[in-house]
Design a binder for this molecule. Structure first.
Ligand code: F6R
Length: 595
């Protein structure tokens, strides 16, 4: 969701910014723009549509300074004028913004009523305020900090003063922003991706930070809080490799990432098992000590991983567990127990709804643990402990390997704090082998997708863990194929939803649990009798010859990681059939950084 790049240094800013924006495309956006120095004047180029359009309208310029933006519209339609960068009223300042300024209307009316605005965005108000206060204080740093003190909401800003081409400013509150540092200069980015070609180290920014970067002779950087006090900062090594973010021979990142799942599980085994013994950080042990209930907070696919994890923590570790969607929990907080532990699941580690919950539960004094794929993310940094899921960069918007990796790590956690008869290491390795088998037979799923996905809707059913897999299967399908899909508890269908079943309505059942497999089969017969076209994904020992996808047996706790894979492939091929942009589905963002 909105991507930001800023560049100041001896590298070619045009290249850094455009490449950086391409690397941020996966976050989701609808317009793109940049500002560069052209013939001693900072010039803006922007338009709706993809970064490749922006590349085609950007002239050949050698610039040592530049800012760029991919916009995911929140305030104002998707138009060229609403795209970033935005000018201040007399064009003294130019900025890009990610986030939402909640009081932009009030600020316009109370302080900026004398000015005409060129766009419908909240971001433009920030640019105007900066110039307004610059005219009063005659100091850029003071003007930006004053503006920061007035605006409510979330922001990551990169700002150019058009009268000083050797300075770049960045400010951050709630929205993610990092500063890459190299001997050649500085690159600011919404995440690590735009930094990779030039920087080996970065500075994560705290909320309420203003960064002033300079290249007058020597390079210089200083970070201030809103009051103007200089903040200390730490340099962190960048561990992501540019080779991890390529598509290789694949046509789409999503298929590459589906294919990588077995190796991700093997990596997790090697990271967390030392000589067959599970090893976790002491900090993780500490947050679990004395806790009487776990509250899992997450969104979307990560919440679906949370529902399965509830089963892990309750069945294996005997810890009562609740799962809440972050965007609901923050405003409808339920009654809590005496000693809760909050577990945040987030592949990006940046989801604004989950971050808002973390801020709240920290204020309440409760311990927190984040399960994430991005060790440098806000949630990882700000919670008391974090556990890495080691999935490697996930670029496709639809999450696949991060879901399976989160489940693997959550199962490891439950086993670490509980007891089960299963040989976890062995079961996880077995699961990885089965994943490879399913992936090798992906053409079977491709054929099934053509047969099954002929309608505007589709249903997935299951019971217990299979129900949670059904929910995730449905989310995958709707995200990228735009087919309206729902995941249902198989037994619940007849309480209303069965009214939607008509001739050839696709219904897929997931059957991996011995105790309840016959009940799900009965529910399947009910829909078949009403004309549904059915498909069954079953575990070998529970299978029937007519089942379309049969998976080798694994422990029922591991089954969700394996059974989801044909569903991911079904969604993938469904999107191909529809001719959709698989990796960048419409309206969606990879990193949902606004509430
Ligand atoms: C679906 C998907 C989303 C995310 C959700 C939460 O494929 O990726 O549903 O799971 O936006 O994001 P994270 O996990 O980054 O907190």
């Amino acid at each position: 969701m909105c991507g930001i790049v800023g560049s100041l240094g001896s590298f070619n800013a045009k290249e850094v910014v455009l490449k950086g924006l391409e690397r941020l495309e996966y976050r989701g956006y609808d317009s793109a723009g940049l500002a560069l120095l052209q013939e001693n004047k900072i010039t803006v180029f922007k338009d709706t549509g993809r970064v490749k359009n922006l590349i085609s309208i950007t002239p050949e310029v050698e610039s040592h300074i530049g800012i760029g933006h991919t916009r995911w519209a929140t305030h104002g339609k998707v138009t060229q004028s609403n795209s970033h960068p935005h000018y201040s009223m007399n064009e003294r300042f130019i900025l890009v913004h990610n986030g939402v300024i909640e009081n932009s209307r009030e600020l316009k009316e109370s302080r900026l009523s004398a000015y005409n605005f060129r766009t419908e965005t909240d971001s433009e108000v920030v640019a105007y305020l900066i110039e307004y206060y610059f005219n009063k204080y005659n100091n850029v740093n003071d003007a930006i900090r004053k503006t920061m003190s007035l605006i409510d909401g979330s922001y990551a800003l990169v700002i150019i003063d058009t009268e000083d081409h050797h300075k770049l400013y960045a400010a951050k509150n709630k929205s993610p922003l990092l500063v890459g540092v190299s001997a050649e200069g500085y690159i600011v980015g919404s995440d690590i991706m735009p930094l990779l070609d030039h920087c080996k180290q970065f500075i994560p920014l705290e909320d309420g930070s203003l960064v002033e970067m300079g290249m007058n002779g020597d390079f210089s950087i200083a970070i201030y809080d809103v009051i103007g006090k200089e903040r200390d900062y730490e340099l962190h090594d960048i561990v992501v490799n540019t080779s991890d973010i390529g598509k290789g021979a694949y046509e789409h990142y999503m298929l590459k990432e589906i294919d990588e799942q077995a190796s991700v599980v093997r990596r997790i085994i090697s990271e967390y098992f030392k000589d067959d013994k599970l090893v976790l950080d002491d900090k993780v042990q500490k947050v679990f000590d004395g806790r009487d209930r776990i509250y899992i907070l997450a969104a979307g696919t990560s919440a679906h991983a949370g529902y399965v994890a509830k089963g892990y923590f309750e069945k294996i570790a005997g810890i009562p567990t609740e799962v809440h969607i972050s965007s609901e929990f923050i405003y409808n907080t339920p009654a809590l127990t005496q000693n809760p532990l909050f577990i945040y699941i987030s592949q990006s580690g940046e989801t604004a709804d989950s971050r808002a919950c973390l801020v709240k539960t920290k204020e309440m004094g409760y311990p927190s643990l984040t399960i994430t794929n991005v060790a440098t993310s806000t949630l990882a940094r700000e919670s008391d402990a974090y556990v890495d899921i080691f999935a490697g960069p996930e670029i496709a918007v639809a999450s696949t390997k991060a879901y399976v990796a989160s489940l693997s790590v959550l199962l490891i956690l439950a086993n670490y704090f509980g007891k089960s008869d299963m040989n976890l290491k062995q079961e996880l390795s077995k699961a990885a082998g089965i994943m490879d088998d399913i992936i090798n037979k992906k053409e079977v799923v491709n054929k099934l997708a053509k047969e099954m996905l002929t309608k505007r809707n589709a249903f997935f059913i299951g019971r217990g863990f299979d129900y949670y897999i059904a929910m995730e299967a449905a989310l995958k399908l709707k995200e990228i194929s735009y087919i309206q899909a729902e995941g249902f508890a198989a037994g619940e269908l007849k309480h209303g939803t069965i009214a939607l079943i008509e001739e050839d309505t696709p219904v897929s059942a997931i059957i991996t649990n011995k105790e309840i497999n016959l009940n799900t089969r009965s529910n399947l017969s009910e829909v078949e009798s009403r004309g549904a076209k059915t498909m069954v994904i079953s575990m070998k020992s529970l299978s029937r010859p007519s089942d379309q996808i049969i998976i080798d047996d694994v422990d029922p706790m591991v089954a969700p990681m394996v059974a989801i894979i044909p569903c991911q492939l079904l969604a993938y091929y469904g999107a191909i059939i529809q001719g959709n942009d698989v990796d960048k589905p419409r309206n969606l963002a990879k990193s949902v950084t606004v509430e």
